[in-house]
Design a protein around this ligand. Sequence first.
Ligand code: AMP
Length: 280
Amino acid sequence: MKIITSISQMQSTANALRAAGKSIGFVPTMGFFHAGHLSLMEAARQDGHTVVVSIFVNPIQFGPGEDFATYPRDLDNDSRLAKEAGVDILFVPQTSEMYPKQYQTSVVVKGLTETLCGRFRPGHFEGVTTVVAKLFSIVKPHVAYFGQKDFQQLVVIRRMVQDLNLDIQIKGLPTVREKDGLAMSSRNVYLSPEERQAALCLYRSICRARQMREEEGIREVRKIIADIQKIMSLEPLVKPQYIEICHPETLQALEYIEEAALLAMAVYVGKTRLIDNCFL
Ligand code: AMP
């Protein structure tokens, strides 16, 4: 596995791969790998690509008071895991080269970023689309892999790729969970043992919502959300930020489930903000 830190070296490597007729499968990450990240790398490998994984804790997608400074980082362990996962190139750019002093450009997706997490994290998705657009033009992938765990991010990136006519296929992969149902996240390391237990109310909510929708045939969104609120209220360490059922393409809130629906939630468990979602 090759580790590349320079943007121009990554670009010339991508050009050489393309000239040699190879396809590039790309997994952008912020590092501190867990099985969710590894599932994306594995999918890219299975699809037969030369696999490029980036690690970049992108400062411009963190708001003031968010966890940019304390975000977990472990490049040595990540390199080992990526190598084991059959990754060909690990791209680890430097912040000073990604955002030099004279940097002035950003990529904004409008409507889709104004709901769900976008309401509570102003500027977050602008930071995400900007860095992903930059990474796409550095890594030049044919296919890029994203997790459904960050569902809004996936929808926003698909929109950006269509709107900007980027010639890149986007694949969204299912959320990988711990045995007890907690969605894997680099931020789970922040949780104390008590908070880790309390965080299970997210998965409990998903199970209850699925049961209501699939077994009890309930279609009224307010009924499902009321049950989830009840589940969350039993955990004193948990403060929901939002619990919404929306259309999985437009992300607009639904009152009544006709066909496709997405349950999306963000909660604080102590000081840690966790998100989760599922199709209903
Ligand atoms: P991050 O390092 O958190 O920015 O995540 C990098 C990629 O991994 C994103 O596409 C995430 O959606 C994806 N990802 C994060 N957690 C999971 C998970 N539990 N299951 C599947 N994919 C995930």
